[in-house]
Design a protein around this ligand. Structure first.
Ligand SMILES: Nc1nc2c(ncn2[C@@H]2O[C@H](COP(=O)(O)OP(=O)(O)OP(=O)(O)O)[C@@H](O)[C@H]2O)c(=O)[nH]1
Length: 261
């Protein structure tokens, strides 16, 4: 189909209070629908001067504050107005952002001046990010909450091949059924999920992406090499996440296939 005046790129700015997950879900359409539009990535701006205050703001009834949610969902964070803070203050903002989202790329700016190549074509939601995600996943660490009930990042690795249906079950229990709980009985609340897994019968690494209750599995262009240890690495961003428990649940759900690589 030919059409005049096609858009090259759509940059959607949401209001300061928006939950980017809800907006992103609308554009994150199934590739099988053959849409011309795909979700490239989520960018959040953090004000170096007031960001920390927003990130630590406590909401009634344990609700997640919007700023933390925006950081949790972002693929790229721009910490702006760095000229207004000392290096020490800036470091606190950095640490706070990193403790929420251990996977996000951080840029630091004044007057939000960025090289557009760092902001556009992120390919954060498609299989093209397979190679870069692989590198990132090697360095991501589980973070520790600065505040009680804060959002954190947890990551774990389990070797072996897994069955796609078992992986679906694991993700659906977490995101849909919400029946995975921490030690205190609190439901684990996953806001963002990313990973690279080894699905039985697939020659290439499979990327796992989740935003709120939406998730997708897609084979990447990265092939498992001959003799390479097949493995599954997942990164989850959310609240009440307990790495050991999630890992145990994952292993229990995919157990049948462990050691069959
Ligand atoms: N000193 C300094 N001022 C800045 C910088 N970036 C923007 N400003 C100024 O900050 C003021 C408010 O701008 P922003 O915080 O970007 O406002 P905004 O993005 O419209 O606000 P919200 O979308 O409501 O958060 C304006 O006067 C800008 O000129 C910066 O890096 N340093």
């Amino acid at each position: 189909m030919q059409r005049r005046g096609k858009f090259d790129y759509i940059l959607l700015e949401t209001t300061g209070l928006a939950d980017p997950g809800a907006v992103a879900s609308m554009f994150w359409v199934d590739s099988e629908l053959g849409s011309d539009i795909y979700l490239d990535g989520i960018v959040s701006v953090v004000d170096a001067k007031h960001g920390l205050q927003h990130l630590t703001e406590e909401k009634p009834e344990g609700l997640i504050n919007e700023a933390s949610r925006q950081v949790a969902l972002a693929d790229l964070i721009i910490i702006n107005k760095t000229d207004l803070v000392s290096e020490e203050e800036l470091n606190k903002v950095r640490t706070s952002v990193r403790s929420i989202n251990g996977l996000v790329k951080i840029l630091e700016t004044q007057r939000s001046r960025v090289d557009l190549s760092n902001v556009l074509d992120l390919h954060a939601f498609d299989s093209l990010s397979g190679v870069s995600l692989q590198k990132k996943l090697e360095h991501v660490k589980t973070t520790h909450a600065h505040l009680d009930k804060a959002i954190i990042t947890v990551t774990f690795e389990v070797p072996g091949n897994i069955k796609e249906e078992n992986l679906n079950l694991f993700i659906q229990n977490l995101l849909w059924e919400k029946n995975v709980k921490d030690k205190t009985g609190c439901t684990m609340d996953v806001i963002r999920l990313k990973g690279l897994v080894s699905i039985q019968g697939k020659s290439h690494q499979v990327i796992v992406q989740g935003v709120h209750e939406l998730y997708d599995l897609e084979e990447t262009s990265v092939a498992w090499k001959e003799g390479e240890k097949r493995t599954n690495r997942l990164v989850l961003i959310g609240r009440s996440l307990d790495k050991e428990i999630i890992k145990e649940v994952f292993i229990a759900t995919v157990r049948e296939e462990r050691g069959n690589s």
